[in-house]
Design a protein around this ligand. Structure first.
Ligand code: G6P
Length: 619
């Protein structure tokens, strides 16, 4: 939610800030703004709408200066508007602040600052920070920021500049991410690594309650009590090209097509002579042996990966598992204790509810394990152990490659734990390991089919659009799956609603008769995951029941399945035959692509769907 950037150096701040905002736009995109110190004053431009609007304006009247801050917004307090867009200024217009997070006590602060004579222009919580810094400013920006932050309750990552301190850029964080990009004769602040990758791969991850003072050739970090802390510089492995579209029309399509290679990368890294190796897992095998239950906690797509993980972990490691959405876990009284392994799954590693859930599990004595994509993210750092998915930057808001990467990690974790619990014979685990290593090739073969000139999913999407308008916009989607592909039904539905705004619901097919069957008439399109597996016959019965009521069925079936031909299925999607356990890796690919092409048919902004943000760092 919201992306911030700050620059100090010799380049034109506007260029760095706008480029960085482009790489952070996935975090929010309802307005954008920039402030620079130029000619002894702060120059500010901010506009409601996508970053492009701001860029267009700055092309005609550019800003100079080599110290600047920028922001791309996902509104929390106050509607998207020019006035509510960041940066926000103090009364004198000398201080500019960009902020990601929520100032929870902003109303009380605003009231007392107003009484003291401060004039507020926006409805935002952030503006209180600018006025507080103004109140405490006595010629030292860093000191004033520290004093202001001591009064703030809530979460923040901020970047601050003052017109009288053209050699200083201040940053600070609490529960919202902020990294420092360390350059040569230039330094950066940003919400996420891709924003600085064009200039440096050297980064420092700021911790909660730390404040950094940057000049173009120095970095000094203090805690809120003023003590200087020594920080480690990490080198990022990501390449800047990974954060670019590379000729694809959308990041989402690029990321869907990357999935075979991502899973291959994970298996190559983690499987050494058919044995699973988790280098960064700091939890000892002896501790894992004591684990009596597993709690998997996550949000959104990561939650669906967790649901799939439960099926495999229980089946092969035979450890009881349950899966919770983070927002539910953190507010109930979860049965977590020192014999529980809490697995927090999060692409960004920054989702506010997942981070809070991790802390809750830790507080209750559980061993905690993060499955994260973003290296150095909060969840990765705070969990006892971490397994990185190393899927490269995922930019499209709708998550795709992070999901299959999380599934791949769950497969490996299952094999790893099953060896420890000895719940499955080693010979069986060896067979599964060999099957798993074949999956990237099969995934890539499937992807290659979709890359060809005739893409069946694009044709189905076109057909759906025609039908939708014929039915006066009444058509929608139901996704049904069973067993290990039930979570894929949820994920398929989530993808579709996220980017095409068409109502879609995922259901375990066995629950049809307990409600959803009442919906069946000629309106919904029902995606039935009917690949060859132990519940195949049950799924066929479901399909018959839907067809008998006039429903339209898209069947996701196994290549070469002759039996399915007798079921009069309206639209077929075939996936290669594989071990049932690994079929989720294949099934999800056409589901992601179907959502992609439907959104494309309807002409929506696929990478930046309305109202959503990739990284939900506020509750
Ligand atoms: C948001 C994103 C989803 C993502 C979810 C969890 O809703 O739009 O794509 O699955 O957050 O994010 P995380 O970074 O914790 O996996």
């Amino acid at each position: 939610m919201c992306g911030i950037i700050g620059y100090i150096g010799n380049r034109k701040a506007q260029d760095v800030v706008l480029k960085g905002l482009g790489r952070l736009e996935y975090r929010g995109y309802d307005s954008a703004g920039i402030a620079v110190v130029e000619g002894g004053k702060i120059n500010l431009v901010k506009r409601q709408g996508k970053l492009r609007i701001l860029i267009n304006e700055l092309e005609t009247s550019p800003l100079g200066g080599s110290l600047g801050v920028g922001h791309t917004r996902w509104a929390t307090h106050g509607v998207p508007s020019d006035t509510n867009a960041h940066p926000h200024l103090d009364c004198s217009g000398k201080i500019a602040v960009v902020h990601n997070g929520i100032v929870e006590n902003y109303l009380a602060l605003r009231q007392s600052l107003t009484k003291e004579g401060h004039k507020f222009l926006s409805e935002t919580d952030t503006e209180t920070i600018a006025h507080l810094i103004e109140k405490f400013y006595k010629g030292d920006l860093e000191e004033a920021v520290i004093k202001a932050l001591k009064l703030i309750k809530g979460s923040y990552a901020i970047a601050v500049i003052h017109k009288d301190e053209p050699e200083t850029l201040i940053g600070a964080r609490c529960d919202s991410p902020l990294i420092i990009g360390v350059g040569s004769n230039e330094n950066f602040l940003a919400s996420d690594v891709p924003a600085v990758l064009d200039y440096t791969k050297n980064v420092i991850y700021l911790e909660n309650h730390e404040v950094v003072k940057l000049t173009k050739d120095s970095v000094r970090v203090k805690d809120l009590s003023g003590r200087v802390t020594h920080k480690k510089i990490s080198t990022v492995k990501w390449d800047v090209s990974q954060a670019e579209k590379a000729g694809y029309p959308h990041f989402m399509l690029k990321e869907i097509y990357e999935q075979g290679d991502v899973v291959k990368g994970i298996l190559d890294e983690r499987l050494v002579k058919d044995k699973v190796v988790f280098d960064e897992l700091k939890i000892k095998e002896s501790d894992l042996k004591k684990i009596k239950k597993i709690a998997i906690v996550a949000c959104g797509t990561a939650y669906h990966a967790g649901l799939t993980g439960k099926y495999m972990l229980e089946e092969y490691a035979r450890i009881p598992c349950w899966v919770d959405t983070s927002s539910e876990f953190r507010y109930r009284n979860p049965m977590v204790d020192s014999q529980t392994l809490a697995i927090i799954v999060s692409q960004s590693g920054e989702t506010a509810d997942s981070l809070a859930a991790l802390r809750e599990a830790k507080k209750r004595g559980a061993k905690t394990l993060g499955i994260c994509n973003v290296v150095g993210s909060s969840i990765a750092r705070e969990a006892d152990g971490v397994i990185y998915t190393h899927a490269g930057p995922e930019i499209a808001v709708a998550s795709t490659k992070a999901y299959t990467a999380q599934l791949a990690i769950f497969y490996l974790l299952t094999l790893y734990l099953a060896r420890i619990t000895k719940a499955t014979p080693v010979s069986k685990l060896n067979v599964l390991t060999r099957e798993l290593t074949k999956m990237p090739i099969v995934m890539n073969e499937l992807i290659t089919q979709y890359r060809s000139d005739y893409n069946i999913l694009a044709a189905y999407a076109e057909e759906f659009k025609r039908y939708y308008f014929e039915k006066h916009n009444k058509s929608y989607f139901l996704y049904l799956g069973r067993n290990i592909n039930y979570p894929n039904a949820l994920e398929g539905a989530l993808k579709l609603k996220e980017i095409s705004y068409i109502s879609a619901e995922g259901y375990p097919a066995g629950e049809m008769k307990h409600g959803p069957i009442a919906l069946i008439d000629e309106n919904p399109w029902v995606v039935c995951i009917a690949v060859k597996c132990k519940t195949y016959d049950k799924m066929l019965s479901n399909i018959q029941e839907i067809k008998a009521r006039g429903g339209i069925v898209i069947g996701v079936v196994t290549e070469g399945d002759k039996e399915i031909q007798h079921y009069n299925i309206n639209y077929l999607i075939e996936i290669p035959r594989c071990e049932e356990l690994f079929s989720p890796l294949l099934v999800v690919i056409p589901l992601q692509l179907l959502a992609y092409y439907v959104a494309k048919e309807f002409g929506y902004d696929i990478d930046q769907p309305r109202n959503l943000a990739k990284s939900v760092t506020v509750e």
